[in-house]
Design a protein around this ligand. Structure first.
Ligand SMILES: [Zn+2]
Length: 297
């Protein structure tokens, strides 16, 4: 349920105050809703609540939305007849899952807006996404789409380019300290590999060692390290190591390599392969720079 029973919009949907900012943006969009709204960040539950809130904003006749009319209640318990939810997660969203929508979307909605919501939209397979493209691009009046995903660069680029994105705040949610530690230990493995040539493939070789979300976080962390390389303030850790052992020409190459890795991540390539490719690319640069025999410091 997106509204606790009897809650006012201000106490609404138990969203942390950090996410209330998005609610006010969504309110402003109601009169000219984008074809495809993209909500990234936050927790899965927060994204879904906001997606339902968006459906209620578009359909509740008492405005704002009221949270207590039949429309709001049905949207809240996902029984509203103009609301469709497809959830990725354990499994991908396949073409057979989206095929019926060609017929559904061809009809007018029963009420104001038909809302088709994809939770964990990064799980849409390429054929499924392709089957939807035309509907996303030129929807019939009354059809709107919502894509929910932890990070927008996990989405297929064809979907991303058609979306109107909002970023929910991180840090209140299910990706907290534990994930930070995990990202930190992967950065340590990378550094160890670049110094010694060992210690990485043992980790990436483990089944499900790195999923796409974790790799997205690792790439972000590396981007931050690269920023520190440019600043030149670090005396230890990854940034200091890269600064000591790579000339500035390679810093911009690393920037491009990180962007490329992000892009490939959107094409459903196996995440450990992307990480290994990135690790080896940098490793080769380090050897080019130092001459194959000299030791890295
Ligand atoms: Zn209502």
């Amino acid at each position: 349920m997106f509204l606790a029973h009897g809650a006012t919009m201000q106490e609404e949907i138990n969203l942390p105050s950090a996410q209330q900012r998005i609610v006010s943006y969504l309110r402003r969009l109601v009169n000219v809703p984008p074809n495809v709204l993209l909500l990234e960040g936050g927790t899965r539950q927060e994204r879904e609540r906001l997606g339902l809130l968006w459906a209620a904003l578009l359909n509740c006749r008492s405005g704002d939305p009221c949270g207590s009319c039949p429309t709001c209640r049905q949207i809240g318990n996902e029984s509203y007849r103009d609301l469709y939810i497809l959830r990725g997660g354990e499994e991908s969203i396949k073409i057979d899952d989206v095929r019926p929508y060609r017929w559904i979307l061809a009809d007018k909605p029963f009420e104001s807006y038909r809302v088709v919501l994809f939770s964990e939209a990064q799980e849409l397979t390429t054929p499924a996404a392709n089957a939807l493209l035309k509907s996303l691009e030129e929807p019939l009046p009354g059809n709107v789409f919502v894509l929910l995903t932890p990070q927008r660069h996990l989405l297929l680029s064809t979907l991303l380019s058609r979306s109107y994105p909002f970023t929910l705040s991180h840090g209140t949610g299910d990706r907290g300290r534990e994930e930070e530690r995990e990202v930190g230990s992967w950065l340590d493995s990378l550094l160890c590999f670049w110094q010694s040539g060992t210690g990485l493939f043992e980790h990436t070789g483990k089944k499900k060692a790195v999923d796409r979300i974790l790799l997205g976080d690792i790439l972000l962390a590396l981007q931050r390290e690269l920023y520190r390389v440019y600043l030149g303030e670090e005396t230890r850790g990854t940034a200091a190591f890269l600064r000591r052992n790579l000339s500035s020409e390679y810093w911009s190459r690393l920037d491009l390599a990180l962007k490329k890795a992000e892009e490939i991540l959107g094409h459903q390539v196996n995440p450990p392969l992307i990480l290994e490719w990135l690790a080896l690319t940098v490793w080769n640069w380090l050897r080019e720079e130092s001459g194959s025999s000299s030791k890295l410091s």
